[in-house]
Design a protein around this ligand. Structure first.
Ligand code: EPZ
Length: 418
């Protein structure tokens, strides 16, 4: 069990490079199940635990996966299976996205129902309702869901909430179904656009990705493709917030400013200077931030995945701020850990009220999910003294060698195996 040890209170200076987007790479890799032709995906954050799990998922379903640097080649390796193993789905709920492509191609799929996780219940009812609208039948059986449809039909799907996963899932399946499928109240996250680009390269036609109405014109047989994954906006946002909390001047290389508008607007309001250029963003900050409240929302709103790192920064604000979490029902587990560092946070329902303190102090603390872990890193970099973060495996699901990247910007951060 690894731990991260961070000696805080040192300004960050220099540059840190973002990896390819985890949440774009996962569905794109799973979408290779739509074709028997080889696909080559570049800029994949291959060191992440969730990517390793995705490779195992693809292999367990019958694909061959070859990794070379950040490039991944997925090709056929015998015939595909239509049953995903529980061992893999329980480690990464996005594995459930394999169901759609397999259902569209083979008319039958069996996948374990993913359980809840530290941030919420996370049901898949919106996904299932979407497949029913396209003609699938669903049976729950011993913890699995069996979806069947002699032939999935193109059609109209309207979501009650713009779920990112459900949007990706229906788009993937629709890509392999002849005719026009329309998704209404679709999610608009940049990862949706990236998947749309990949599906187009496979041979489907996709219009409206990035808006709340996406049209997919599918084809029974799709080809191979090459694709490069977009930069990780959540990793980039985490580094911007780390740079602001630790103070100093930090350039986030590879960050796409257009994907972070909601975050940078709030960071500027709190007193950070942010410069944007093509392919990088630089944050400069001196002293404590002004208190600025946020409420998370689907894109283009403030991302729930940056709520925890934002809250960590606001622990140091000169006054009271509020953080409202509207996307997940239980995403404040970091608050208790931050309190161990001297933060003053009161959580009630979906809202946290933060009374900023002059400084945080290093402490032994524990990560509970990827972004809660990121929040602890942000706090540790700003805190006085040594912080020891345990359960680092959560952080490793979403951040590639984070301690090494931060060291390159002057942080004292190292990993030990306890
Ligand atoms: C994606 O999860 C991301 N994961 C999450 O990132 C991210 O937090 C989330 O989108 C929101 O931006 C990946 O892309 C792999 P949703 P997803 O379906 O697709 C409810 C991270 O830290 N809901 O938009 O699962 C759900 O319970 C992770 O990198 C239903 O009720 O998110 C949640 O409250 C964590 N029924 C809300 O909608 C459904 O059928 C948003 O979920 C589906 C979702």
């Amino acid at each position: 069990m690894d731990q991260l040890i961070i000696e805080g209170g040192r300004p960050l200076r220099g540059g840190v490079r973002v990896s390819g987007s985890k949440n774009a790479a996962l569905p794109i890799l799973i979408a290779t199940l739509l074709t028997d032709e080889p696909c080559v995906i570049d800029n994949v954050p291959v060191l992440l635990r969730d990517l390793r799990t995705t490779f195992r998922l693809l292999e367990s379903l019958g694909k061959r996966v070859e990794i070379s640097g950040g490039q991944v080649r997925v090709s056929a390796h015998g015939s595909l299976k239509t049953q995903a193993p529980y061992e893999i789905v329980k480690q990464m709920r996005a594995s459930v996205l394999a169901a759609g492509p397999l259902l569209a191609r083979f008319g039958l799929v069996r996948v374990p129902i993913p359980g809840g996780c530290a941030i919420g219940l996370r049901p898949i009812d919106i996904h299932l309702k979407g497949f029913k609208a396209l003609g699938a039948r669903e049976i729950a059986d011993h913890g699995d869901i069996i979806l069947s449809a002699a032939r999935l039909k193109a059609g109209r799907v309207k979501f009650k909430f713009p779920s990112v996963g459900a949007t990706q899932h229906i788009m993937m399946a629709a890509a392999a179904v002849e005719g026009l499928t329309v998704v209404e109240n679709a999610a608009r996250e940049p990862e949706i656009n990236d998947l749309a680009g990949f599906l187009e390269r496979l041979g489907a036609k996709v219009k409206g990705a990035g808006t709340s109405r996406v049209e997919i014109r599918g084809r029974r047989t799709l080809g191979g493709a090459t694709h490069s994954v977009i930069p990780d906006r959540i990793e980039a946002g985490t580094f911007l917030l780390a740079g602001a909390a630790a103070t100093g001047r930090l350039t986030v290389i590879g960050a796409e400013a257009a994907h972070l508008r909601a975050v940078t607007a709030k960071m500027r309001a709190a007193g950070a200077k942010i410069e944007e250029s093509v392919g990088s963003m630089t944050v400069t900050m001196t002293g404590r931030p002004k208190p600025v409240s946020i409420a998370t929302a689907p894109y283009p709103g403030f991302p729930t995945d940056l709520q925890a790192p934002w809250l960590a920064w606001m622990c140091l604000a000169k006054g009271r701020s509020r953080v409202a979490e509207t996307v997940f029902e239980n995403r404040f587990l970091h608050a208790a850990e931050l309190a161990r560092m001297g933060a003053r946070i009161a959580v009630s329902g979906g809202t946290a009220i933060i009374d900023g303190v002059e400084s945080l102090s290093g402490a032994p603390i524990m990560a509970s999910d990827i972004r809660a872990g990121a929040a602890l890193i942000v706090a540790a970099l700003a805190a006085k003294g040594r912080t020891t973060i345990s359960r680092v495996y959560h952080i490793d699901r979403g951040y590639e060698r984070v301690e090494k990247k931060l060291r390159g910007a002057g942080a004292r951060a190292r990993r030990v195996t306890a």
